[in-house]
Every structure is written in C-alpha cells, then in structure tokens.
Design a protein around this ligand. Structure first.
Ligand SMILES: Cc1cc2nc3c(=O)[nH]c(=O)nc-3n(C[C@H](O)[C@H](O)[C@H](O)COP(=O)(O)OP(=O)(O)OC[C@H]3O[C@@H](n4cnc5c(N)ncnc54)[C@H](O)[C@@H]3O)c2cc1C
Length: 393
C-alpha cells in the first residue's frame, strides 16, 4: 500500500465527491480537501435540464449528499475558490485568491465548460446549460413562454427543447445533424425522437449550421443559419458541446489533448489523477484513449482513481452508459449505438414506443438502446459484456 496521508480534489461536483466517497468507503482515514469554484456543495447536473428547469424539483433536490452525509465524509470543502495553477512535482495547487493547497495525491475533477458561439458573451437573452444558476436563470425566462431557439441538436439541446416546450415556450431546435441526437443514438432512434419532438410541437430546423447570432442592441433577436435564413428568437440556448476545463493547467507539464491524458488507472502524472468529464484515459482493451461526458462515468472513474491512490491497481474499462428523458421517452444507451452499427429490435415494438434494440458492429454486439424499457435494457447489456469477453478471452 502506498503511503498516502492526504488527498486534494479539485472540482466539487459528481466525480470529485465520488472520489471522496470511494476513498472513505475503502477505509482511507487521511485528510481530504476539496476545492470547488462554484459556491455550492456538490449537486447533480442531470436534473438541471429536466426537473429543475421545469420546476417540478426545487434546487435543493439536486444536492448530491445531505449535510449529515457530507459531515460523515470528514472532508474540508473549500468553495468559491478557483484553482489557477498546479505544481505537478510538488503536488500543490494555487487558487485565484492566492491560497495554496498541497497533498500526497491530487485528483483533478474539473469537468467541462460549455462551448460558445462568437459574440454570445454578455448578450441578453442567450443562455447555456451547465450550472444550477444557468438552469434557474433560463427557467425564469421560460416562465414568460418566449420564442426560443435552441442551437444544438445533441443530448443537452434536445433535453432543453423538450423541457422548454413542456413549459409552453415556442421552441425551434437547430443544428447541423439531420435528426436530434443522431450522433449519439444512430438513425433509427433519432428518427423516432424527431417524431416525438414534432408531435409535441417542437419545430425542427435541422441539417444546417448556424452562421451567427443576430442582435438588436444588447439583446439577441435571432439566429442566422448558414443558408441566410433567420430564426427569430427572444431567447437562445447555445448547446453546441463543451470543452474540458483544463485552461488553468496549461504549462503544468500534464498532457492536455481534449482533456487530461491519463493511463488506464486515470493517472496523469506521479500521484496526479484525472476523473470524470475532464479525463481522457487509456482503455486497455479498446487500445485507445476515451473521454466520456456522462454521469455514470463520473462515479465509476472516481472509484478507480481512489483505488489506485490506495494501492489497489486495476484498469478502467467501462461499457459507456448514459440516459436521457425527453417528453415521455426514457432512452438508455449502453455501449456504441452510432451510425456505423446495425440495429435490431429484440424486445417490444417501435410502434408502441417501448422497445430494446441491440447494435452490432463486425457481428459483435457493441451497443444496446432501450426506449421506455429500463429493466429489459439492463438485462440486454450483458450481451455486450459477453461479446467483449469472448473477443479478449
Ligand atoms: C444540464 C446537464 C444535464 C445532464 N444530463 C445527463 C443525463 O441525463 N445523463 C447522463 O448520463 N449525464 C448527464 N449529464 C452529464 C453529467 O452531469 C456529467 O457527466 C457529470 O456532471 C460530470 O461530473 P464531473 O464532476 O466530472 O464534472 P462537473 O459536473 O462539470 O464538475 C466539475 C466541477 O469543477 C468545477 N471547476 C472547474 N474548473 C475549476 C477550477 N479551476 N477550480 C475549481 N473548480 C473548478 C466546476 O465548476 C464544477 O463544479 C448532464 C450534464 C448537464 C450539464
């Protein structure tokens, strides 16, 4: 067992908290400090674009742990402090206010930041969706049922479109792909998702890129597409992907390439780890690096890093999983279900909007997608595991 007496976590959200959780669960009794730039104790992001935005949950329901549970973790949370520099050799972090924190092991869990369109900063009526404040601010505007354009047809753009429409807004979703979430769920399911959105009244203006935001004074008034067409809007939500929050690590000596590059145990340098959305780790079996932006990964990867800190070495080799809820559709995805794979319905029926499909690539089951069939979807996941095991046996 390595002699680690103290751990410093940078990023007080899902993967940061999961690291603390895992360390304590495995018996680590040393000091733990968590630095977070948000003013909040760790909260969950999936409800931000769903229950919190819609107002069916109050913000406190997004808290990841009660005060009592946080107390039991016996960790010091330093909130509202942005880390601005890391000394890799000394394992020391400096914050914007000039404080310094050191530890035997440092875990970087800083997640991602929303990608922006040129000219969006400071423009009234333009929103992103990452933080609790983003969700609450957008909610306040949506209560007026405005005309809204959602730029981005990925998971987040589709979720925000669905929730805004449920709240009575006049919603248009736009983006370069032909269907909502087509990159994430492939042609069959994204066609069905397009049908669901259209039936519920979301206008889809897809298959075309955005040229620029149109402004009137200091407020947004629309979105100009690459065709020249302008979609009028009182509110624009920009949901065009995200970038790993690594700007503060430039010059630290860590390898930064679309995330913090790590080995298969999430180790970026000696006793420096990266977990969650920001981590780009080496998947041994797949023989390449991956970076995942989903909630399950935040927890699972943190557990692997915690193990490594405690001297329990193993490789992080997950089957990626994410879910999304839009209108009455609960979609769950295990593994890869993109355009390259062949889909086959194996449970239920697409016409009833309750089904499970498996996806094959090179005659192997590489993915499972469930639509309103959670239990059956979970069971079918095993087929991916079996095929993986037979491949690497
Ligand atoms: C609106 C929304 C909905 C989502 N819905 C789903 C879903 O339905 N299903 C699903 O699987 N996944 C979903 N996700 C993704 C999931 O929430 C993320 O994968 C997860 O939050 C990643 O956790 P993380 O701790 O790695 O990063 P984050 O949650 O981004 O946390 C990183 C933290 O570090 C802080 N930080 C950044 N830089 C610094 C710094 N220099 N100093 C100090 N602190 C810093 C950030 O402010 C933040 O608090 C959603 C994400 C969002 C935004």
């Amino acid at each position: 067992m390595k002699a680690v007496a103290s751990v410093l976590v940078v990023g007080a959200s899902a993967s940061g908290l999961s690291t603390v959780d895992a360390l304590r669960r495995k018996g680590f009794t040393g000091g733990i400090t968590v630095i977070g730039d948000e003013p909040h104790m760790p909260y969950d992001r999936p409800p931000l674009s769903k229950q919190i935005l819609e107002g069916v949950w109050t913000p406190d329901r997004a808290q990841l742990r009660s005060e009592e549970m946080l107390g039991k973790l016996d960790a010091e949370f330093v909130l509202g402090e942005e880390a601005v520099a890391l000394d890799v050799l000394e394992r020391r972090v400096t914050t914007r206010s000039g404080r310094e924190f050191g530890a035997d092991a440092v875990v970087l869990a800083t997640g991602v930041r929303p990608r922006e369109l040129p000219g969006q900063a400071g423009l009234d009526g333009v929103f992103v969706m990452r933080s609790l404040e983003d969700s609450m601010n957008l909610r306040r505007r949506l209560l007026d049922q405005p005309k809204i354009v959602v730029v981005g047809e990925g998971v987040l753009g589709s979720e925000v479109s669905a929730t805004a429409r449920k709240m009575g807004a006049d919603v248009t979703m736009t983006g370069p792909q032909s269907h909502p979430m087509s990159l994430q769920i492939g042609p069959m399911a994204s066609q069905l998702l397009a049908d669901v959105h259209t039936e519920k009244g979301v206008r889809l203006r897809l298959g075309v890129g955005v040229a620029e935001l149109v402004r009137e004074g200091n407020a947004v008034s629309g979105v100009r597409l690459e065709t020249g067409e302008v979609l009028d809007a009182e509110v624009v939500v920009v949901s065009i992907g995200s970038v790993p929050a690594t700007a503060w690590l430039v010059g630290s000596g860590l390898t930064l390439e679309n995330g913090i590059v790590c080995n298969s145990s999430c180790l970026a340098a000696d006793s420096i780890y990266a977990v969650g959305d920001v981590s780009r780790w080496y998947h041994n079996s797949m023989r390449r690096h991956f970076r995942l932006e989903n909630r399950t990964n935040a927890t699972d990867q943190a557990a692997v890093a915690a193990d490594d800190i405690l001297g329990i070495a193993h490789h992080y080799e997950p089957i990626p999983y994410f879910w999304t809820d839009q209108f009455d559709a609960k979609i769950q995805v295990h593994g890869a279900v993109g355009a390259g794979a062949t889909a086959q319905i194996v449970e239920g029926d697409i016409s009833t909007r309750r089904f499970v499909a498996t996806y094959r690539t090179d005659d192997r089951v590489t993915g499972v997608l469930g639509w309103n069939m959670p239990k059956q979807t979970r069971l079918r996941r095993q087929e991916i595991v079996d095929d993986l095991e037979s491949q690497f046996a």
